[in-house]
Design a protein around this ligand. Structure first.
Ligand code: HEM
Length: 401
């Protein structure tokens, strides 16, 4: 796809109504799909003028952007973080923990996951309200992550939750300088917390991810001690609010598409494929950023060297050229649903995808079995987080039945 001799190429930006789309508006957060569809229909590349970024929107192009365009090594705010690098500095450290997060390894966590979900629902009976975000969404990934990292749970993780969310927001492509400053401060708080965790872990080693990373740093071949906290920073926060929001979006999609929920109640065995289809239909990770370190041609369009690229996963997952005319329909029996790219593609593909799938599956299956007539307590949701990279409603309350 790349063509080196592009100096004379026709640098075209798609000028249309959507050139000035406000990606940070609440209406876009609530339903980005019509705008994404309109942009996708206009051409392969969309130059978003307000942010001066280049949007990739079609399924194949987004996959290419995620897998083949570099992350943002040149501009990284986090030069010691292996997950922010490309090449050997990334793959070596990544390989250290990938086997511990495989599908097979995650199945061993099934009972533990079920216990956490059951715990969260202990006091619930038909007629109760369930606040998905506060009562299940955050606690589930938090408790599993503590287990995997081999660190004790805090008695009250609320403050940590806020800091984690804001640190993750640093991946956002549309934040203003003030917001970024605020997020950087949160990231520093999380770094301090992780410094303490690592210090404690040095004398409490075990069969866990922090110990694995520390052992590699002791050895010094793949990474050094300077990399440890930045590494854990990404690992820790990448699986929290993504999971919270994916749980909310998935339950919301099932509530809004009642026939699909009823189908699942009737055939709980469809749950695995339903999880894939829910990840396709409404992926919380809306996009990922890349930096073009050279010119890239997409048909008649060129993304110039130095450009900031936004690879829109949410658009790729609804591209009719890939999924057919019913791309906007939730169909839990869709045969090729697992081909979605909700977890990205290529060297940086989500390392926690099997954990995330397990969490989603256990939450959905448990509600299907215990509360088959569950409904939305209210349709009036707010979408004000202001963070566009990871999308989800502020709260989601279900009426259990
Ligand atoms: C539904 C939940 C989740 C979603 C939608 C999600 C999505 C993604 C996506 C799209 C990427 C690719 C980033 C890129 O290409 O720039 C990614 C990477 C990553 N995810 Fe997840 N993720 C989820 C859960 C998790 C969990 C539970 C963990 C923790 C174990 C995790 C850890 C990571 C890490 C460490 C990376 C960076 C991988 C690398 O750069 O090599 N994620 N995730």
């Amino acid at each position: 796809m790349h063509d080196a001799g592009l100096e004379q190429a026709h640098y075209r930006s798609v000028v249309a109504d959507h050139a000035f789309v406000d990606v940070r508006s609440e209406s876009f957060a609530e339903d980005p799909y019509p705008v994404l569809a309109a942009m996708r229909a206009q051409g392969r590349v969309h130059h978003h003028q307000p942010s001066n970024q280049w949007f990739l929107l079609q399924f194949d192009d987004v996959g290419f952007g995620l897998a083949d365009i570099r992350r943002n090594e040149r501009t990284s705010r986090d030069p010691l973080n292996p997950f922010a690098m490309d090449g050997a500095g990334h793959t070596g450290p990544r390989r250290l923990i990938a086997p511990a997060l495989s599908n097979q390894k995650m199945q061993v966590l099934r009972d533990r996951t079920q216990m956490i979900v059951d715990d969260a629902l202990t006091a619930k009976a038909p007629g109760s309200l369930l606040n998905v975000v506060d009562e299940i969404g955050y606690l589930l990934p938090y408790r599993l992550m503590c287990l995997l990292l081999g660190v004790p749970e805090l008695p009250d993780p609320t403050a940590l939750r806020d800091v984690t969310f804001k640190s993750l927001a640093l991946i956002d492509a549309f934040s203003g300088p003030e917001q970024i400053q605020h997020f950087v401060a949160a990231a520093q708080d999380l770094y301090r917390h992780l410094d303490e965790v690592v210090e404690w872990k040095r004398s409490h080693r075990g069969d866990d991810l922090v110990s694995t990373v520390l052992a590699a740093a002791d050895e010094g071949t793949v990474m050094t001690h300077d990399h440890v906290v930045p590494y854990l920073h990404t690992l820790y926060l990448a699986g929290m609010h993504t999971t919270v929001n994916q749980i909310s979006l998935s339950l919301l999609a099932l509530m809004h598409n009642r026939s699909q929920w009823e189908l699942l109640v009737e055939h709980p065995k469809l749950c695995d494929n339903a999880v894939e289809e829910l990840l396709r239909f409404d992926p919380t990770a809306q996009y990922m950023r890349r930096t073009a370190l050279e010119d890239y041609r997409f048909g008649d369009d060129v993304v110039p060297e130095g450009a900031a690229v936004v690879a829109w996963i949410a658009s790729a997952n609804r591209d009719p050229a890939k999924w057919g005319a019913d791309a906007d329909v939730l169909d839990i029996t869709r045969a090729d649903a697992p081909k979605h790219i909700a977890f990205g593609k290529g060297p940086h593909v989500c390392i926690g995808s099997w954990l995330a799938r397990l969490e989603l599956r256990v939450v959905i299956e448990t509600l299907v079995t215990r509360f088959p007539r569950v409904e939305l307590a209210t349709d009036e949701l707010t979408w004000t987080s202001g963070i566009t990279a990871i999308r989800g409603p502020d709260e989601l309350t279900l009426q259990l039945r």
